[in-house]
Write a protein that binds this ligand. Structure first.
Ligand code: KIV
Length: 279
């Protein structure tokens, strides 16, 4: 089923901004049409994260995401949702060079997907990029704390906010993102007390991942949340289902039935000349 985007009455970025300090904002990543359809009734915001490069495409880091990849997944998630605010990640290499580069890439994402907003990683260093994208009419979600696109530069996935110097830098980043006009900001992999303090300090909603229950909302990677992640599951993830076992067991039973010719059974084949059994 393809949905008509003009019939959408979606939650927009401004509605998310107004949720500061209110009922926590429910966010999940989504990368595909069927998953977007399943999640849409339950969440406020769907993020087409550049984590898609790792989760669906098997890259070692999010640096494997490209603009074309993000646009293709953004389009699928928009087709599969009608209610949630859809935010598409800007991949590494598409915005850091200059505010003009950032605005051009964000415009391509917004025009080709119809998403409500884009997200990019960075604080003080990316404030000009955030402002330029907003000046082009596209809302921006910031992303501070642990920034997966900088993982090679940082020497690994390192939790932020453990030293006074780093805490001060986080506050500068949060203030810069807010001042540049972002409607919300993801705080990832940051000491609990620091994330809680940052949430109280700024006027835009904070969306936590590996941060604090005091953030204005939470986000998880969908495959982690449903127990589909086959490699290491980060400490901050809570698995609400065990789809690894469900998929493995279904594959095991299917293989056995194919080998024994139990599948396809009489319900799954066509036998009448009239065509009455086609559905
Ligand atoms: O790419 C992603 O999935 C993200 C979330 C983890 C916030 O940026």
């Amino acid at each position: 089923m393809t949905r008509d985007p003009s019939a959408d009455s979606r939650i927009n970025a401004e509605a998310i901004r107004r949720r500061k300090g209110g009922v926590p904002i429910v966010c999940l990543t989504a990368y595909t049409y069927p998953v977007a359809r399943l999640l849409d009734p339950h969440v406020d915001l769907l993020l087409v994260g550049d984590s898609v490069a790792m989760v669906l495409h098997g890259h070692a880091t999010t640096l494997g995401a490209s603009l074309d990849m993000m646009i293709a997944h953004g389009q699928a998630v928009m087709r599969g949702s009608a209610r949630a605010c859809v935010v598409v990640d800007m991949p590494a290499g598409s915005y850091e060079a200059s505010p003009a580069q950032a605005a051009a890439a964000a415009k391509r994402i917004a025009e080709e997907t119809g998403c409500q907003a884009v997200k990019l990683e960075g604080g003080v260093d990316m404030a000009a990029q955030i402002a330029a994208i907003i000046a082009a009419g596209i809302p921006v979600m910031g992303h501070i704390g642990l920034q997966p696109q900088s993982v090679e530069k940082d020497g690994g996935y390192r939790i932020k906010g453990r030293t006074e110097e780093n805490i001060a830098a986080l506050f500068r980043d949060a203030e810069a993102v807010e001042k540049a006009g972002a409607f919300s900001v993801v705080i990832e992999g940051t000491m609990e007390a620091v994330a809680a303090k940052l949430t109280r300090h700024i006027s835009i909603p904070t969306i936590g991942i590996g941060a604090s229950a005091d953030c204005d909302g939470q986000i998880l990677v969908i495959d982690d949340m449903v127990g589909l992640t086959v490699d290491r599951v980060p400490k901050f993830v809570k698995e609400y289902a065990d789809l690894r076992s469900v998929v493995a067991s279904a594959a095991e039973r299917y293989a056995a039935e194919v080998r024994s010719r139990a599948f396809p059974g009489s319900d799954h084949v066509f036998t009448t000349a009239s065509g009455k059994d086609e559905t």
